[in-house]
Design a protein around this ligand. Structure first.
Ligand code: SAM
Length: 401
């Protein structure tokens, strides 16, 4: 058993920890940007196949103390690289380095690569090619102070590159964030998932994958672990876990997914992306203003990710849009839980409803909230949610910079 660190964006690690536990792995630590578990290399493969909210699955080879680049070399040259790295293959070294003696992390990468290649050359008479391409074998070095950890990055390209988002559109959400948003709503295929302002369709596509229980790694044909030396049993284990994941995926689910956008190009992009993900037949797409989005009467969740006006002048126009989102919720969405994902607390106040939950997330570096609104008739009196304007100055959303 080796420690396995799965990296994730800030504020997504609680979702990742739930995924790791649901897959039957221990959550040994939940860190700011990752979750620590443990297992064999085949467990790292399985995590690559199933994880939705993480970015990289790092399999620890060794941790050691290194004050400078010579210490790094001397420790790294003793690692059994011949067990992992194909001398006739290609390897890339990437790193996160904060050490007083290292001014350029490239230098640390080169010293680690030299240690690996020198050892293989001594043992085998040949050395692998190396360079910046992270599509093949990848080594990750984490070096802070004098604490060094050397990992096999078994993912290579981050897991958010599911491979389905071929057609770009404005301000798309990362797939890991979209998956976490869907997980936060609790939607699992029962009831409807309505996504006005769907853009390139990331939320709707992730919702469909989650409702089907389809492993996101099934959409990808390349992971870094495929370029490592592995035994016949390990290669066979990968084939078996893929086949099992395919069998486990449902063909359909009882609820409806409806995705709309005012832009015909956005809907075209979303449809093509959904087709690449193999879920286009499960999503009803429509070009329309968000207020015209069909909202079936049998309830579910409704998620909007409106723009939040990062450029001057945009905010004024968006104030009206956010006010209309509040009206749309009140007038058309009774029986639903409504969600708005935004990075602008002032605009959020324009919705004019009291959020029942505010879930902090980041969209890359932007401090955001997923705001939840319970849109039930009964809640008007009981909880005062519908029809009341919220003054959010004392709430956590009011503390955004
Ligand atoms: C921030 S983007 C959504 C990105 C999306 N979550 C994704 O992952 O691609 C906002 C979207 O709202 C759409 N939009 C803006 N105003 C709209 C309106 N009044 N009705 C419907 N869609 C609108 C834009 O066309 C854009 O695609």
């Amino acid at each position: 058993m080796n420690p396995i660190l799965i990296t994730a964006p800030k504020r997504l690690t609680s979702f990742l920890a739930k995924e790791v536990a649901a897959l039957g792995y221990p959550v040994l630590a939940e860190q700011v940007t990752g979750v620590l578990t443990e297992g064999e290399i085949t467990d790292a493969m399985r995590l690559n196949l199933w994880i939705r909210t993480g970015h990289r699955v790092l399999y620890l080879l060794k941790s050691f103390a290194a004050e400078n680049a010579d210490d790094l070399y001397h420790n790294a040259v003793q690692l059994p690289w011949e067990e992992w790295i194909d001398v006739d293959g290609y390897v890339s070294v990437v790193s996160a380095v904060e050490n007083a003696t290292i001014r350029n992390s490239q230098f640390a990468n080169v010293r680690l690569k030299d240690a690996l290649c020198d050892r293989l050359h001594r043992l085998c008479g040949r050395r692998p090619d190396s360079g910046p391409d992270t599509n093949q074998a990848v080594i990750f070095l984490h070096w802070q102070g004098d604490a060094c950890s050397v990992y096999l990055d078994t993912s290579g390209q981050p897991l958010i590159r599911r491979g389905y988002r071929r057609i770009p559109w404005r301000a798309p959400m990362q797939e890991s964030l979209a998956a976490a948003v869907v997980m936060a709503t609790g939607w699992n295929g029962e009831g409807n998932f309505i996504n006005p302002m769907c853009g390139s369709g990331t939320l709707a596509i992730e919702a469909a994958l989650i409702a089907l229980g389809k492993a996101p790694g099934l959409l990808r044909s390349n992971f870094s672990f495929m370029h490592l030396c592995c035994t016949d049993e390990e290669a066979e284990a990968w084939k078996i876990m893929r086949a099992e994941a395919k069998r486990a995926a449902r063909k359909t689910f009882p609820g409806k997914i409806i995705a709309t956008d005012i832009s015909p190009q956005a809907i075209e992009a979303a449809q093509k992306n959904a087709a690449t993900a193999g879920v286009d037949h499960l999503i009803e797409f429509q070009v329309c203003d968000f207020r015209q989005t069909p909202v079936p009467g049998d309830g579910g969740v409704l998620v909007l990710n409106p723009e939040y006006g990062e450029r001057l002048g945009e905010e004024q126009e968006l104030q009206e849009t956010y006010r209309e989102i509040g009206d749309f919720f009140k007038q058309r969405c009774m029986g639903y839980r409504g969600y708005v994902f935004t990075g602008n607390p002032d605009l959020a106040k324009r919705i004019g409803l009291r959020a029942s939950r505010r879930i902090p997330m980041y969209n890359t570096t932007i401090d955001c909230r997923l705001l939840e609104y319970e849109l039930y008739e009964g809640s008007r009196k009981k909880k005062g949610i519908i029809g009341e304007t919220e003054d959010e100055t004392d709430s956590n959303i009011g503390t955004l910079p």
